[in-house]
Design a protein. Structure first.
Ligand SMILES: NC(=O)c1ccc[n+]([C@@H]2O[C@H](COP(=O)([O-])OP(=O)(O)OC[C@H]3O[C@@H](n4cnc5c(N)ncnc54)[C@H](OP(=O)(O)O)[C@@H]3O)[C@@H](O)[C@H]2O)c1
Length: 308
């Protein structure tokens, strides 16, 4: 399978592997090695019926303008990918977007008019979950925070401004249960939790009768030797609550429905991709340096047009 690179997505985690040992995300990188990233490519030559010449696909490829790759390492994009916007397949229609949609729609069964709480709402999954819940007609409260108070204010403003949340709070500003109660005084029907700990106990306290909490991640618990469940789990009994986890890779059959719904929202302008894009393959070093320096909003992408 021969391809031309069209969009390259950059990840800050790669910096940990340069000149060092490998991590869970790949081997260490030394002089002469070529890093790899997830990318949108255009198919130039193909013997695979699902990957048509002239069509687009996503996969992990080296930082080169093109090359060959095994068909099994690519996933074909819908026919209308270019009209939807190639950038979006590395952001809102990419892995974290699919995780947010799966948690909210497939697992959480969100309904219009419901009140939804999203923790880690300025993060990769959370920022998509907030937008998708709004697009489905729910009222949304998000939590965000940051070590620096200036960063926290920016993140909270992003939630109610750019992302359209109805209310938001800085989880470092006080006790999470009190902050959520103030932001959602009538309670919450559904929670999408990316953080765990106090930010999961808060919605368990706030969930209405038969409310649901979807466990997507537990960013505050990773790396701990001993992880305990929520201290207030007895409320699940009295309020008939459901806590349900999921792993997005087990939901691949829903991807066409996800791409159809979210692609529609993107085309209607109801959902935003949130990325910083630099143009031309020659901008890759500048783009990577800008990402590491924290100069970019959303995901950092490099566009390579007409690279056949
Ligand atoms: N279930 C699945 O299939 C699936 C798929 C993809 C991702 N995930 C999980 O979903 C979660 C979100 O993923 P993501 O890509 O959105 O990650 P992310 O962009 O790093 O967002 C995670 C957020 O958690 C918040 N957080 C709050 N307290 C924290 C603490 N003590 N330590 C670290 N972070 C803390 C941070 O937001 P503030 O700084 O604003 O507090 C951070 O932005 C992760 O746990 C990830 O492992 C699960």
């Amino acid at each position: 399978m021969r391809y031309a690179l069209r969009r390259l997505g950059l990840n800050a985690g790669l910096a940990h592997r340069i000149g060092g040992s490998g991590t869970a995300y790949g081997p260490g990188l030394g002089p002469g090695d070529v890093p790899e990233s997830d990318a949108v490519v255009e198919i130039l030559a193909s013997a695979e019926p699902a990957l048509l010449v002239g069509g687009f696909a996503v996969g992990k490829v080296p930082w080169r303008t093109g090359g060959t790759v095994r068909a099994a390492d690519l996933r074909a994009l819908p026919d209308d990918a270019e009209a939807t916007g190639l950038d979006t397949f590395l952001t809102v229609l990419g892995h974290v977007g699919f995780a947010a949609w799966t948690g909210l729609v497939t697992v959480g069964a969100v309904r219009a008019g419901e009140s939804v709480f999203v923790s880690g709402a300025a993060g990769g999954v959370g920022s998509r979950a907030v937008q998708f819940a709004r697009a489905r007609g729910a009222r949304v409260v998000g939590s965000a925070g940051s070590a620096g108070s200036a960063g926290s204010a920016e993140k909270v403003a992003l939630l109610t401004g750019t992302l359209g949340a109805d209310a938001a709070f800085d989880h470092r500003a006080g006790e999470a249960t009190e902050l959520l109660r103030a932001a959602a005084p009538d309670g919450v029907d559904l929670c999408v939790d990316n953080v765990g700990g106090a930010q999961l106990e808060a919605p368990i306290e706030a969930l209405r009768f038969r409310g649901r909490a979807v466990l997507c991640g537990a960013a505050s618990r990773y790396g701990r030797e001993r992880v305990r469940g929520p201290a207030n789990y007895l409320r699940m009994i009295y309020q008939e609550l459901t806590l349900r986890g999921f792993t997005v890779t087990e939901h691949e059959e829903s991807r066409p429905a996800f791409e159809a719904e979210v692609g529609g929202w993107v085309r209607e302008g109801r959902v935003r991709s949130l990325h910083t894009r630099l143009d031309g393959f020659g901008t890759v070093p500048e783009a990577f340096a800008g990402l590491l320096a924290g100069r970019h909003t959303g995901r950092t992408l490099v566009a390579v047009e007409g690279s056949r």
